[in-house]
Design a protein around this ligand. Structure first.
Ligand code: ADP
Ligand code: MG
Length: 404
């Protein structure tokens, strides 16, 4: 007699859940991605005890019909793709149809959802992989998902959870990435009753970065460039705002948070002659490219991507960062001068630069904006007056070495 069984759906879901829901932070990432895919302009994530005892994610997205709300807990149930062809042109954050099935396999879950124009919404109750109840609910348009007691039925998984503070930090990191990759969505993160951050959703990336990271946002240079069909937008730290680790390197591909060595290498190589070898630049960079040229279907967590032309992506990022760095070294002084007036007087320059020596014999009155070159600005406004330090040595001309 054969010894092979086909596993029960609930056991299969539990095994799959191990890949998608490693910890509360991964469940929250999936839920917030769903809210963004549902067109929400406001999404909140609220947690207690690192998310292990309680997670609540309300959104004002499109909501679900009752039929869909019951369907969404099934494995491989998705509204985002229909066939194999769609897999090569994924425009949404989700597409695998696994997350809610996986999360509901390891939590007690409630979904309250309503669509525009519907008189009543739906409340779905599920417990560790089993649908318990479907009822009417007088909820607003959108979806709210509540998950409680994560891994209570899988003590082996629960044992791997870290302290509440560490789990909260994982969730915070997920929420930060969500907020800065989607400045057009007002995103809020509340942990143990305390508001950690809240973005306005005004679409301005710098405002979102400021809401999430505060002071970091004040020492950044803007990156805006396009090279061979690869667009790079965002901010990099100025060379005096570097860190001892890579924790503040945030890369997004088509607004999806990713980890990718090519991107890290391009960023760090572009900074190489500007900062010490033991320091790391920070960044918030969104790389936009044709979605057919990037495969996000590498791992269930969708954090890894594969480019069909890695060199093109490396070059686009390298040159974008290099260009932003070069102009950031001269721009602060230029902008200050520009904002003063086209005709710069000695008095004004003294205000701009208290470091101009008194006996300096420069005929300031004669200088107009059109005359100003970066060399002249360095002469007029000594580096000590600028936020941005000068590169220690002149930039060497070097070949771009493609590191893997
Ligand atoms: P995927 O996102 O890969 O499609 P999920 O398991 O995350 O798979 O979600 C299954 C389906 O449930 C989605 O395709 C979507 O139709 C629906 N859904 C999930 N969350 C929401 C939400 N917040 N608002 C509206 N629909 C949702
Ligand atoms: Mg999803």
């Amino acid at each position: 007699m054969g010894i092979i069984n086909v596993l029960d759906v609930s056991v299969a879901n539990l095994i799959a859940a191990g890949e998608v829901v490693e910890r509360p932070a991964s469940a929250i990432k999936e839920m917030v991605e769903n809210s963004i895919d549902a067109g929400a302009t406001e999404v909140t994530a609220e947690i207690k005890n690192g998310g292990i005892s309680f997670i609540r994610v309300p959104d004002n997205g499109c909501g679900m019909t009752r039929e869909d709300a019951m369907m969404c807990l099934r494995r491989h149930a998705t509204s985002k793709i229909k066939n194999e062809k769609d897999l090569y042109a994924i425009m949404t954050l989700g597409f695998r149809g696994e997350a809610l099935a996986a999360i509901s396999a390891v939590t007690q879950m409630r979904i309250m959802t309503a669509k525009e124009g519907e008189e009543l919404g739906t409340l779905i109750t599920a417990s560790y992989g089993s649908l318990r109840d479907v009822a009417d609910s007088g909820c607003p348009v959108g979806t709210t998902i509540i998950c409680e007691a994560m891994f209570a039925h899988t003590p082996a998984r629960l044992k791997f959870m870290k302290s509440n503070a560490s789990e909260t930090a994982y969730v915070a990191s997920v929420m930060e990435k969500m907020a800065i990759s989607h400045p057009e969505v007002a995103i809020k993160f509340i942990a143990d009753g305390k508001l950690r951050f809240s973005t306005s959703g005004d679409g301005n990336l710098k405002n979102a970065i400021y809401s999430v990271f505060g002071a970091f946002a004040t020492k950044m240079a803007e990156v805006r460039s396009s090279h061979a069909g690869v667009r790079v937008n965002g901010y990099i730290s100025t060379p005096d705002n570097v860190r001892g680790n890579r924790a503040m390197q945030h890369f997004f591909i088509n607004s999806r948070s990713v980890k990718n060595k090519t991107l890290t290498a391009a960023l760090e190589q572009a900074f190489r002659s500007y900062i010490p070898h033991d320091k790391f630049p920070s960044c918030v960079l969104d790389i936009t490219l044709n979605c057919a040229l990037v495969d996000v279907n590498i791992h269930p967590s969708k954090l890894e991507v594969k480019f069909s032309d890695e060199k093109a992506v490396f070059d686009a990022l390298y040159y974008a960062v290099r260009g932003a760095l070069e102009s950031s070294l001269s721009r602060p002084a230029l902008e200050t001068l520009k904002s003063e007036s086209a005709k710069i007087t000695e008095e004004k320059l003294k205000v701009i630069s208290p470091f101009v020596p008194k006996d300096e014999k420069i005929k300031y009155d004669k200088i107009t904006l059109s005359d100003i070159t970066s060399e002249k600005i360095e002469k007029i406004v000594p580096q000590a007056d600028s936020d941005v330090p000068k590169a220690e040595a002149p930039m060497p001309k070097r070949e771009v070495v493609f590191e893997r």
